[in-house]
Design a protein around this ligand. Structure first.
Ligand code: PLP
Length: 397
């Protein structure tokens, strides 16, 4: 192995706090009875009719490459589903099926952003956006969002960070890690800004089917002047509990989709064939499973919010995705130290917000991906750890 290679990699892509994640996962492996509320991987199983479609496809020989952009029937189903959810109209060649939405994020940056250009990303915001921008040698410009505003991303805040080098605006709607849905009227303002400043917009709507309290996700591409400049990213991992199948998609006008499709071919050739058949069954089969998942996450959200209230920890009520972003500053510990302590003493694994591009080390992202009984038990353990930390902080004050 080239002795220089790790150094070269580290220079090109900052390792950020991934070492903390690894440390926590290693620690958890050595502990018994850990309740994992860390990763964004649904505990719920992929619905049986979807699994069956994948199994059947394999048995019938779906063991080859598919068309690089994905099975035509799946692309048509994705286009129909986008339209049914109030999105823009796409032809099948404007849809590309990817190896998870993750791959679409990298394809967007690598195909559409030149070195030195600026990519605007909300903070906190899904960290892959930072990493993909770095790999494209672009500069990531963050737009801070705040608990007191419900972590709302506003056009006003975005306008403040734009420069002549700004090329791409990334919307993560609903947000990972805050669970915030951008209010539709704010998406309209962001769209007007993007049109006025000639920005490409990536609208990551992977959690769009998981919304609560009557929230509505406004598809960015459906707004005036936006279809031609927007890449909508979506997938199956979250709404259909299909993380391990690795299938996602992007929709974009041909001028943007074509170079992205080239990069996609270079990265993956195509998404796994059997997974694409399963994804087709997900979209064309009954949708009550999505509604059931949504109700399940909603119930967990309510339980955890009540527990945080009892602990006296702040948060902004999320209305999408399956996360709660809580403020642990009142314990006197920073969030990274808090998470390590919670894991060690409470055997609950939760990641700090610093893993999601949050420069403040005050927040933790709680994934609501355990049954209610486990969430209640996790909350009890967490309350005990919070009380112990507060007692120590008080003694040393
Ligand atoms: N986009 C967001 C906002 C996410 O939170 C995630 C996963 O957590 C992804 C994309 C990647 O999802 P996939 O499993 O489809 O690659």
């Amino acid at each position: 192995m080239n002795a220089e290679s790790p150094v070269r990699f580290a220079r090109r892509v900052k390792l950020r706090q991934s070492s903390l994640r690894t440390r926590m996962l290693d620690m958890a492996a050595g502990l018994k009875d850990v309740i994992a509320l860390g990763r964004g991987d649904p505990d719920l199983a992929t619905p049986p009719h979807i699994v069956e479609a994948g199994r059947k496809a394999l048995a019938e020989g779906a063991t080859h490459y598919t068309h690089p952009q994905g099975l035509p029937a799946l692309r048509e189903a994705i286009a129909a589903s986008i339209a049914a959810d109030g999105g823009a109209a796409y032809a099948a060649d404007e849809i590309v099926v990817t190896a998870g939405a993750q791959e679409a994020i990298f394809a967007a940056m690598l195909a559409l952003v030149d070195p030195g250009e600026e990519v605007v990303v909300p903070s906190p915001g899904y960290n892959t956006y930072h990493q993909a921008a770095e790999l494209a040698e672009a500069a990531t410009v963050t737009v801070p969002t705040y608990e007191q505003d419900g972590f709302a991303l506003t056009a006003e805040a975005v306008a403040k960070v734009l420069t002549p080098k700004s090329r791409m605006l990334c919307l993560i709607n609903p947000s990972n890690p805050t669970g915030m849905v951008i209010p539709p009227n704010e998406v309209e303002k962001l769209a007007k800004l993007a049109v006025a400043r000639d920005l490409i917009v990536v609208s990551d709507e992977i959690y769009a089917k998981l919304v609560y309290d009557n929230a509505r996700v406004q598809p960015a591409a459906a707004l005036p002047g936006m279809r031609e400049r927007t890449i909508t990213i979506g997938g199956f991992s979250k709404a259909y509990a299909m993380t391990g199948w690795r299938v996602g998609w992007f929709a974009a006008p041909r001028a943007l989709a074509a170079p992205m499709a080239e990069i996609h071919h270079g990265l993956a050739i195509c998404a796994a064939a059997a997974s694409q058949h399963a994804a087709l069954a997900a979209l064309t089969g009954p949708q009550d499973c999505v509604d059931e998942f949504r109700r399940t996450y909603d119930a967990r959200r309510v339980v955890m919010m009540a527990a945080l209230d009892r602990m006296g920890l702040g948060y902004a009520k999320p209305n999408g995705a399956f996360y709660l972003y809580a403020n642990v500053a009142s314990t006197g510990l920073n969030a990274s130290a808090f998470c390590l302590r919670l894991l060690e003493q409470g055997r609950v694994m939760i990641f700090p917000g610093s893993l999601f591009g949050d420069h403040r080390d005050d927040y933790i992202r709680i994934s609501l991906l355990q049954p209610v009984a486990k969430i209640e038990e996790a909350a009890r353990r967490m309350a005990a750890v919070v009380a112990a930390i507060r007692a120590e902080t008080k003694r040393s004050a």
